[in-house]
Ligand binder design. Structure first.
Ligand SMILES: NC(=O)c1ccc[n+]([C@@H]2O[C@H](COP(=O)([O-])OP(=O)(O)OC[C@H]3O[C@@H](n4cnc5c(N)ncnc54)[C@H](OP(=O)(O)O)[C@@H]3O)[C@@H](O)[C@H]2O)c1
Length: 337
């Protein structure tokens, strides 16, 4: 792989998370040498990034996400190619990078520059601005991955209701908005009473309390309430969702806000032919990645996109990340670099 030649004298601004001798993780804005960025075929000037739960974990020192500190998180970035050594991308191209190792153990999008392998980048999809791409970000891309699975499974708007759990969160709110834009009837489950209006604005037909999807009876099958569900919560919520899915329905799980454990009998699978699919957006193969961004731009782009997003500066990122960790955040934080 050819290497880019950087000027050692150039510096860029980045959010840096460091581990103190007492084992605390502290974030600050630093000037770093461009030459310190990892190797890669594309040097990208970041215009926008977006906040994800994984960033909050990385910034708080979760070693399952980021092993080495100091580190710059930010699993999403959108910007302009400054240097390229591959023919697929030229300086001036608008590109997005989401997933792979960006922001995990590779310096991420909470910075003025990233340097990445060309195979991680996609050209900005038609019909979406760089900012809109980052409003969507990994959370919207994950929501779209689940919707893509529902569509492949033959779930159409007339098939019945679709449940979204953790609906006021980043993935959940994207899923509610995208599903309703595509014509589906959405049931949103949320623990936040003050999020009802927000979820209805995004197109939820019904908002239920998250306790309604936390069954304690232990019954192997519950009345079928939806034909498809996107669960972001895991644990007993996922178990309840599966047991409450109608005949030949589909459940997609992407998260584990409450637990990574799943206790459920096989009855929903063998008596109702319910299908359980896992969503892992980070390593989505390129052909599916392009299809998904195309789907987002053409069928899932929703009019409230700007309303859902709160635009913040790099300096405001640490506070927003800690709100995410406390589950006190609603909607999507977009970082304007
Ligand atoms: N697999 C992938 O590719 C992928 C990609 C992105 C994210 N994820 C995962 O998906 C999950 C959600 O991510 P996110 O970015 O949407 O996080 P988020 O913005 O923090 O939202 C999480 C939501 O979960 C709900 N919640 C919080 N505490 C809860 C509790 N005790 N019981 C039930 N629900 C609770 C809340 O929604 P309500 O108040 O509305 O209930 C909260 O807003 C995370 O586990 C994340 O790691 C996975």
């Amino acid at each position: 792989m050819a290497e880019l030649r950087n000027s050692d004298s150039q510096y860029y601004k980045a959010l840096v998370v460091e581990e103190s001798p007492e084992g605390k993780f502290i974030s600050s804005i630093r000037e770093l040498p461009l030459a310190g960025l990892p190797q890669g075929e594309l040097l990208i000037k970041v215009k926008y990034s977006g906040l994800n739960y994984k960033d909050a974990l990385s910034a708080s020192g979760h070693k399952g996400i980021t092993r080495r500190f100091p580190h710059t998180p930010g699993i999403d970035a959108a910007g302009i190619v400054v240097e390229s050594v591959v023919p697929e991308f030229a300086p001036g191209d608008e590109v997005i990078v989401n997933g792979y190792d960006l922001g995990m153990n590779t310096s991420g999008g909470f910075a003025e520059f990233i340097r990445v392998p060309a195979r991680w980048a996609v050209h900005r999809p038609a019909n979406l601005s760089l900012k809109e791409c980052m409003i969507v970000g990994t959370s919207g891309f994950t929501a779209a991955s689940a919707i893509y699975e529902f569509m492949k499974h033959g779930i159409a708007p007339e098939s019945g209701k679709i449940l979204v759990t953790g609906a006021s969160g980043a993935v959940g709110s994207m899923a509610v908005a995208m599903l309703s834009t595509a014509g589906y009837k959405v049931v949103a489950s949320s623990g936040k009473t003050d999020a009802v209006e927000f979820l209805k604005l995004l197109g939820a037909e019904e908002v239920i309390d998250r306790k309604d999807v936390d069954d304690q009876s232990g019954r192997p099958l519950l009345p079928g309430r939806w034909v498809a569900a996107l669960d972001t919560v895991g644990g007993n919520t996922l178990s309840t969702v599966i047991r409450s899915t109608a005949d030949r329905g589909i459940v997609a799980n992407c998260g584990m806000i409450v637990s990574d454990k799943l206790e459920v009998s096989v009855f929903p699978f063998i008596l109702r032919a319910v299908r359980l699919v896992g969503i892992g957006s980070a390593e989505t193969p390129m052909h599916t990645r392009l299809e998904l961004w195309d789907l987002i731009g053409s069928r899932l782009k929703f009019p409230e996109m700007e309303k859902i997003a709160q635009c913040i500066s790099l300096e405001e990122v640490p506070e927003a990340l800690s709100a995410m960790l406390k589950s006190a955040a609603t909607g999507k934080f977009v970082v304007k670099i």
